[in-house]
Design a protein around this ligand. Structure first.
Ligand SMILES: Nc1ncnc2c1ncn2[C@@H]1O[C@H](COP(=O)(O)OP(=O)(O)OP(=O)(O)O)[C@@H](O)[C@H]1O
Length: 621
């Protein structure tokens, strides 16, 4: 049953089984039905920063509703709680306590519901600089639209979006970043809106959609957003200082001061008159002011003058409040839209993503790995350092590997030691990939694009494929150039597994570090501790008993040990090799078992990184 006066959920567009063509036809049309959002007695509190042991109420008994086909503005002085209200309604809060009632088309929204039917445009653009606008939208479409939908249909949806958002002119321009400029600010904002629209949401939340844009671009962006409302979408945007034109596009307005509603009603002169009547000495409407500017200035001045409670009481005692409260109660008392069974089933799936993990991995590789492999900035730090250092090692120790005299074995032990410390130190190159991408990762996770494990696996694929190829070449010229003994395959494999450990260790350090500075300090510090316990600088059997345990959890010990065994186990004369190995306490070491231990280290570091990224709150909001 559909509630009277309530726009029904667009159940057909949500994908009736066996009727895919109809479903995609509806999805393609950018006229999805919106839904009414009603909220009442909303409190949101967090532990206070200012008063220890107390709670700070950032929203106090906030009530209102947003209608489909309409655009609502959240306004108020800076710090009044606009973004907080938007986040609470959109289910984006991961800290604090929310109390009160929220209903979307009569339903209590679950995370699955919000992901399926709402889009959220963050204030700051989080885009992938290596992709073009078209690729960015198609990548998101592949991640967020059902995998049963044919690629052609997703491409068509992206084409429609490019058209709608007037992005066709820059569709093939690389997005770029602060250093290598690509698309303009307005185009980036519209691409961000496109990302939120890729699933044809029924509700669109926008946080400061015009911030950082010039007035022309602001007007352009908001006109486009308004056209979505005209198509039926329910729109709610926080907005600071809109141009007069932008402000005229809004239908309703919620004005907040210190977390309380001081006005909720239509935008327009009635809002100004209402706010004026609530202030003791309302500011004069000077020539040159626009309505929005004047409204915000007036309540900000009143707030500064200590009249915030007076403003809230003025609204709470008004006829407008009573009318709004009656309307809210009426909407909440109406029965909720009954969702058809297949939609209920879809929403009951407790998966954090729309597509399964393997699809996410495939898509990440398709769009990101392939681009990275064509990007000099990505390849340079990953291969360049290895080529340089390995050339140095090879030319410095050229041809000494088969000279097994007792004066030379220390040189060989040293070069093998350097060979396995190099990947551990080189791990620093892998830290930024994770730390600098944190904003994007958080946004894409909130949007339900992928699971943490999918993201981490794709990063590993990025690095491990590349290092597998590079390490084959590098280890060949080092092994044969120095004329080392033993098996080349073992020499390469030990290097490769050590390098993989370095990479996953870098990811773990990046995951636990709050920023790049901490990660850059932590990684070399840890690696230096590993050097002492690797067995070359200090022999195992001579280590003090209170430090011996550390050598067992030092992966370099296993790398260097197996490299030494590979070199000396079949030496000629055989007694010399045996003597060297027993000198370092390596006489009972099995190189393959050591490689097994290295693989275990890899798994443990991977799990540590995964658990940290899964549970650490990178963004508290
Ligand atoms: N732990 C806390 N203790 C006390 N006050 C807090 C705490 N956390 C946030 N606040 C306050 O809550 C308010 C809500 O911030 P919010 O970002 O929602 O405001 P806003 O209206 O969107 O501001 P702006 O327009 O500047 O973006 C701010 O005034 C902030 O100082």
């Amino acid at each position: 049953m559909t509630a009277k006066g309530t726009a029904p959920l667009d159940v057909e567009a949500a994908g009736a089984k066996g009727d895919d063509r109809k479903h995609y036809a509806r999805e393609k049309s950018f006229a999805p039905l919106g839904m009414r959002i009603v909220f009442k007695d909303l409190d949101y509190s967090v532990p206070s920063n200012t008063k220890k042991g107390e709670r700070a109420f950032l929203l106090k008994k906030v009530a209102g509703y947003f209608e489909p086909h309409q655009m609502a503005a959240l306004m108020g002085p800076s710090g009044s709680g606009k973004t907080t209200l938007l986040d609470v309604l959109a289910g984006r809060k991961n800290a604090g306590v929310t109390e009160g009632t929220i209903a979307f088309a009569g339903q209590k929204p679950t995370p699955q519901f919000l992901r399926r039917y709402t889009g959220y445009v963050e204030q700051f653009d989080t885009l992938l600089g290596i992709l073009t606008v078209y690729e960015m939208l198609l990548y998101t479409a592949e991640m967020k639209r059902p995998i049963s939908e044919p690629l052609e249909s997703k491409k068509q949806a992206v084409e429609d979006l490019l058209e709608k958002l007037a992005l066709n002119r820059c569709r093939d321009v690389k997005i770029g970043n602060a250093m290598a400029k690509g698309i303009s600010g307005g185009q980036a904002k519209r691409t961000n809106i496109g990302i939120a629209l890729i699933t044809n949401p029924r509700v669109l939340f926008l946080d400061e959609p015009t911030s950082g844009l010039d007035s022309f671009t602001s007007n352009e962006v908001m006109t486009m957003v308004k056209s979505l409302a005209a198509g039926g979408v329910t729109i709610c945007a926080t907005i600071h200082s809109p141009t007069s034109y932008c402000f005229s596009l809004f239908d309703s307005l919620i004005m907040l001061v210190k977390g309380s509603v001081v006005y909720f009603g239509p935008r327009g002169h009635s809002a100004i008159e209402f706010a004026q009547s609530g202030c003791s000495n309302p500011k004069e409407f000077l020539p040159g002011y626009n309505d929005a500017e004047y409204l915000v200035d007036m309540v900000t001045e009143a707030d500064i003058a200590g009249q915030s409670d007076q403003l809230a009481d003025h609204y709470a005692g008004s006829q407008l409040y009573l009318a709004n409260a009656a309307r809210i109660d009426q909407y909440l008392s109406e029965s909720a839209d009954v969702l058809p069974e297949h939609i209920q089933k879809e929403l009951a799936v407790r998966s954090a993503t729309v597509t399964p993990w393997w699809w996410g991995l495939k898509t990440l590789i398709k769009y990101r790995t392939t681009k990275n492999y064509r990007d000099g900035e990505f390849l340079g730090p990953r291969i360049g350092d290895k080529i340089l250092i390995s050339l140095l090692i090879m030319t410095l120790y050229l041809g000494i590997g088969d000279e097994l005299t007792d004066s030379n074995y220390i040189n060989i032990a040293a070069v093998l030691f350097m060979w396995c410390t190099m990947p551990a130190f080189g791990a620093a190159a892998y830290v930024p990939a994770l730390v600098l991408e944190r904003g994007l990762f958080t946004r894409e996770r909130n949007d339900g694009l992928y699971l943490v494990v999918t993201y981490l696996l794709s990063k590993m694929v990025d690095e491990l494929l590349l290092t597998a190829l590079a390490s084959l070449g590098i280890s060949a010229y080092v092994f044969y150039g120095i004329q080392l003994q033993g098996e080349w395959v073992a020499f390469w494999l030990i290097y490769y597994i050590t390098l993989s450990n370095g990479i996953v260790l870098a990811y773990f350090i990046a995951a636990i570090s709050p920023n790049l500075d901490v990660a850059n300090a932590l990684l070399p510090t840890y690696v230096v501790t590993l050097l002492f316990f690797g067995g070359f600088l200090f022999r195992f059997h001579e280590m003090p008993p209170w430090w011996k345990w550390y050598s067992y959890i030092d992966f370099l010990r296993y790398s260097w040990g197996s490299l030494m065994v590979n070199q000396f186990e079949k030496s000629n004369p055989s007694w010399l090799g045996g003597t060297v190995l027993s000198y370092y306490g390596l006489e009972n070491v099995d190189k393959w078992r050591n490689m097994g231990f290295l693989a275990l280290f890899f798994i443990v570091f991977f799990l540590f990184a995964l658990l940290t990224m899964q549970f650490k709150k990178y963004q508290s909001r």
